[in-house]
Design a protein around this ligand. Sequence first.
Ligand code: NAD
Ligand code: UFG
Length: 341
Amino acid sequence: MKKMILTTGGLGFIGSHTVVDLLNEGYDVCIIDNLSNSHIEVLSYIQQITGKMPKFYQGDVRDNALLEKVFSENDISAVIHFAALKAVAESVVKPLLYYEVNIDGTIAILKAMQKHHVHNIIFSSSATVYGDPKVLPCTEDTPIGEIKNPYGETKLINEMLIKDFVKANEGMHAILLRYFNPIGAHASGLIGEDPKDIPNNLVPYILRVAAKKIDHLTVFGDDYDTPDGSCIRDYIHVCDLAHGHVLAIKKILTIEEPLKIYNLGTGKGTSVLELVNAFKKVNHIDLPYVIGPRRAGDATASYASIDLAQKELGFAPKFSVEDALKDAYHFLIKHEEGSKN
Ligand code: NAD
Ligand code: UFG
């Protein structure tokens, strides 16, 4: 029998690519999303790509009546909990909102799982929990670092919450996935990263500059202790990241241990300036930028060791940063065309 996977936030950037991969791999999928940072059209794009329509419930993960309906109507094998607010700068000015949505949301999901005897949860955590790591690459045993914003704190609190939950509830299993920097888009150009507000993240910002909606990019600092002075991150194609979730689903459905933690990145660091130059080169366009001051709270360099995910999940990213930047630009062009029609 087909397994039903509930994805919260399944119409968002990482969620939508994961839903596509799950459907292609033969899983049934239902989605809860309140559309606070996504568009309803994504549902039909998922159908265009896969030929299948996931079940969709529009609403908030903190709405207990909605959760009761979703968990009663579906025989759920596992939950992938993506739904959260994720804008670091916004979290600094609206901490209560971030703690409320990101923590109450997880508690509501865990309670529903407990009530309906759903035993498996995969949680979207982040490399942000490593802070500014002293030793690279980051392994899952790298000490938790100093977190400098409420968004990052909510990821750490969620990790602790889920650890305590599986400890207290025999038979429950959780996989915490610590994502590094997802970029890119599906090769169809139909789904990608389309934030509703002005983006904070590097690639969405680059895309706004490429679309001439913003006149230049500011590179936040070129005086770091790195080869070209700009910060280093581990940029992973969102389709590779999405596939990591399918592998994690396979694992969690057969797992013995209550808790596993995996880094999902590529294992390779790329600087901001290298990324900007790669974007220009692969897409044959200019990208005006200026060097600005450092952004408060930025880590100098962060990239993953993915040995554990490779060994235990069979995780092996296929795409390069160049592929991801080409796909991100293709998504932009396709989107621009779409909005003109
Ligand atoms: P996204 O904003 O594109 O997707 C999140 C989705 O959840 C959106 O569709 C949004 O409408 C929905 N949502 C938000 N709050 C909700 C609520 N209360 N109820 C129901 N739906 C709600 O973000 P993303 O980049 O796809 O990130 C997915 C997850 O991965 C998040 O938990 C995020 O914190 C985490 N993460 C993202 C990154 C990244 O760089 N994108 C890195 C590390 C971790
Ligand atoms: N950057 C610029 N200019 C910009 C935007 C970003 O130079 O306009 C630089 C940043 O200084 C940083 C790099 O580009 O050095 C990447 O910045 P992002 O904001 O894209 O990504 P971060 O690594 O800061 O953080 C992201 C997510 C977090 C997540 C973390 C680890 O925003 O939520 O990756 O997964 F926790």
